[in-house]
Design a protein around this ligand. Sequence first.
Ligand SMILES: [Zn+2]
Length: 239
Amino acid sequence: MALLTLTLLLASCSSSSSASRGPSSSRLDQWGNRAGPSGFGTVVVDAGHGGKDSGAVSRRTGLVEKTLTLDLARRLRSELRGSFRVVMVRDSDAFVDLDDRVRIANKKDSVLVSIHFNAGSRRLAGPETYWWRVDSYTLAKRVQRNLTGVSAQDNSRGLVRRRLRLTRNPMVPCILVEGGYITNAREAKSLANPAYRAQLARAIAAALREQAAEGDGNLGPLPAFISAPPSRHGDARSS
Ligand SMILES: [Zn+2]
């Protein structure tokens, strides 16, 4: 197993090496190759999109992503108060650049939860949780498990490893949550209901408290490290 891991590491290192990236960028990469967090005191809550960037908009269901993300972020803040210090990336209908979100997330002793809602084929429904780094895996797994417990919809990609600006670039454990598909008629009906959004917030908060108390716990084995450069504009979907 160790040999296999080493082989994968060597293979990925050699395939991703380039003249433009020096040793410092390799060290940046290694930040996420560690055990998952426990005992952290700060949660950075990122309401996706905002201002001129509406995110997904469904004319069919009337839902707008940037409005839902801020609502769920505020509900999550309420749920987390008392357990964590909460930093909101935005608390109004404001545009924040993705790289600025990364900078805001880089707080000592923190984890980042970025909140989004999905759009796609009208048949797709259910929450999804995105992660990339080894240190973010068990948090993503817990969040996805809890969200699945709340949602009656189960036709989504589920837990997804994807290199995004907000799953790769911060110096702290980081996940991106898609709370559901605004393009699915049944799920949109749930998402339009404040009581359902409160349930989603409680599910995410419970996962964060469990992660802080137990770290990786018994959710292992941890995934293999994949060496890859920081995500930049245009090289992955920006969610
Ligand atoms: Zn989004």
